[in-house]
Write a protein that binds this ligand. Structure first.
Ligand code: ADP
Ligand code: MG
Length: 235
């Protein structure tokens, strides 16, 4: 018996019961992860280039490997009947395992936190999704102890999560709210170019990061844009 077969047996065992609605949500999650992995295949060189200026240059390859592993893990879990929580749990574990680096661990935490918020029973509506995005934000902040202005992906996820929540509270439809939030994330990610890194790998290089945006913030904003396209297809 190979290690791979053992892994897959464990995965199948871990798939608990899920409602029809949650399995539908899990299918959207899998499509989103597939789209994210394809987008990151295209963007990996550029993300690596940005990370090389002030960091160690592995951000593109890490995001590419992590998202690909997450997409595969989600599809396998869904084939075995997983709901949203379980699919995202498997995807997050795979991303952390195969992505490596700080961003791999953080994306793993984020997907698991989103899954915990969505559960395996309920249908996922706009307010559930927004609450889940809020939990992703909380997970990143408690994981790395960074805050807004430290030149990390937090600088993109905070405006994204807060704008999404606020626009929905104002009565915007999900797609409009998500688009406004994705624009806010992109603007905030670009604006990190003006900051000096205080945390993460880049901190040891100090001012070398000035004039270059944070790679994790840029990739986070790209992901929100890709998910918007998937949500549009699903609408
Ligand atoms: P590594 O830093 O291990 O090389 P990556 O290059 O894949 O990992 O990811 C770097 C990104 O991780 C940074 O651009 C930043 O956005 C994010 N990051 C690093 N440290 C933290 C932290 N403490 N909190 C949140 N995000 C962080
Ligand atoms: Mg790096």
């Amino acid at each position: 018996v190979t290690a791979v077969a053992d892994d897959e047996a464990d995965e199948t065992e871990a798939i608990g019961p899920a409602s029809e609605e949650s399995r539908r949500a899990a299918a959207v999650v899998a499509r989103a992860l597939e789209a994210i992995a394809a987008m990151l295949d295209d963007q990996a060189d550029e993300l690596g280039r940005i990370d090389r200026i002030a960091g160690d240059g592995d951000h593109g390859i890490g995001m590419q490997r992590g998202s690909r592993a997450a997409a595969h893990a989600a599809s396998r879990a869904i084939a075995a009947g997983a709901g949203a929580r379980t699919a995202l749990q498997h995807a997050g574990d795979a991303w952390a395992d195969k992505g490596g680096g700080t961003s791999g661990a953080i994306w793993g935490e984020m997907l698991v936190a989103l899954g915990a918020a969505l559960g395996d029973d309920d249908a996922v509506d706009a307010s559930a999704l927004s609450a889940g995005v809020g939990r992703m934000k909380d997970a990143v902040m408690s994981f790395g102890k960074a805050t807004v202005g430290d030149k990390t992906m937090i600088d993109a996820i905070v405006p994204f999560a807060d704008t999404l929540r606020d626009r929905l509270a104002q009565g915007d439809a999900l797609l409009d709210a998500w688009e406004t939030a994705a624009d806010a994330a992109q603007a905030a990610a670009q604006a990190t170019a003006q900051l000096t890194a205080r945390l993460g790998r880049a901190r040891t290089h100090g001012d070398r990061s000035l004039g270059t945006p944070d790679p994790g913030a840029i990739s986070f904003a790209l992901v929100t844009r890709t998910v918007l396209d998937v949500l549009k297809e699903d609408a």
